[in-house]
Write a protein that binds this ligand. Sequence first.
Ligand SMILES: Cc1cc2nc3c(=O)[nH]c(=O)nc-3n(C[C@H](O)[C@H](O)[C@H](O)COP(=O)(O)OP(=O)(O)OC[C@H]3O[C@@H](n4cnc5c(N)ncnc54)[C@H](O)[C@@H]3O)c2cc1C
Length: 471
Amino acid sequence: MTSPDTLKVGTPFDPADARRTAEAPRLEASLDDKKPLMSAQQALAEANRCLYCADAPCIKACPTAIDIPTFIRKISTGNLAGSARAILDANILGLSCARVCPTEVLCEGDCVYNEMDSPPIKIGKLQRVATEYAYDRGLQFFERGAARPGRVAIVGGGPAGLACAHELARLGFESVIFEGRELPGGLNSTGVAPYKLQLPDAIREVSYVLEIGGIELRTGVKVGQDLTFAQLEADFDAIFVGVGLGPDGVLDIEGEDLEGVVGATVWIERMKLEPGFGLGGVKKAAIIGGGNTAIDVVRELRGLGVDDVVMIYRKDGAAMSGYEHEWSAARIEGARAQFWTQPVGFTGEGGKVTGVRCLSLKPMGPDESGRAWVEPIPGSESVIGADLVVLAVGQSKLESMMSAVEGLAFDKGRLVVDAETGQCSNPRYFAGGDCANGGKEVVNAAAEGKRAARGLARFLDARAQQEADHG
Ligand SMILES: Cc1cc2nc3c(=O)[nH]c(=O)nc-3n(C[C@H](O)[C@H](O)[C@H](O)COP(=O)(O)OP(=O)(O)OC[C@H]3O[C@@H](n4cnc5c(N)ncnc54)[C@H](O)[C@@H]3O)c2cc1C
């Protein structure tokens, strides 16, 4: 069914090659793991604290609905392989999720121990013990389902695309993943803070996902550029879109083109992936934004030894969208914030940034409708010195990339999908992950990729039935 031309584009993924690339010296490798692996004894003691609640709130808080009490009980009886199977059965990205999930606001946040003024069960750490046990021993629990007619093109080899491909393989469908970058894994490879997950483990997970068979992964293929959606429509029965979000947002203020002013995901990707990339003597860094990406960069720069790291945010700590636990950790690590401050330009010398020109803001309102706002304080301009400025003001959406596809609906740049099936308004398209949810977590992308695979299975079965009925 697939034309040879479609499969000539890009490079077939070679796990050994990717492993070698991931092992080259990179700046991220100098950052320590902040949640190190528990010992076997610690895991046993922690597992034995679990109350194995009926109607467990932790399961409900997990977007992939991992049966957490069951996997913890298996750890407590020494059945680590069974534990890993239970985790990966629900969430094939269980290895990375164990490390990157904001468990504080998901499963652990809903642990009943919180109601008893006791620390919640360390679910993420236990998940890490079980999944790493299985990976270290090469335990593969899944096999391809009996072949069913229908082949799917998957655009994007991040968490959503990988989860979709794996579930399709379990259900008996073939898929081809087209990944724009040279390395797959999406933000697990390029964006997640190195003190949680580093490139070698992200690649290890991709390789594990592909071991099931029936999934071809081609890297270095930007759909919309190297291949058109029309080509995919001609060569595949259906298409899953898991392209994530677009480039870093900009402020559009004077001096933004100075050397040393850089978008957050661009800077993080270079720090994580680029052999030889260094800090170049940065002494003072300013990070603009108040979300999780801003906090990540703050913590990364502190961890890499930059003395003066300041986060510039237009409101205060209570209004920040970044997680409170992450910001508390950043403060303990020596970061500081300049709240109620708005950048209005950058100063420079010899083409390089030297500072951020700022105005102080004051909170106003609420007005009769309850709306609060901020206003600049006249004459309050000051300069915050910085030889690196990282803009963490959100990422754009990739809507325009898909403008050539007929019948797709968007809402604020997100692909509109059916909540049960992940199907788009053009019925041959399905989507999940950041491009459809607007930007959440890895575990949401994993859940939505799997959900879409099940929706795709129904769609492909109905299509095959129709073809059979019409001879
Ligand atoms: C800096 C940062 C830190 C984060 N930290 C965490 C964290 O600690 N924990 C957590 O749970 N979540 C975190 N997230 C969020 C999480 O990474 C995302 O929610 C998740 O990766 C979304 O998965 P996805 O597959 O939808 O998109 P992505 O991970 O973005 O993957 C999309 C893939 O599609 C590819 N692609 C894009 N366009 C094309 C095209 N035209 N053709 C082919 N391929 C294409 C991209 O190269 C990419 O590999 C973080 C996000 C950022 C930005």
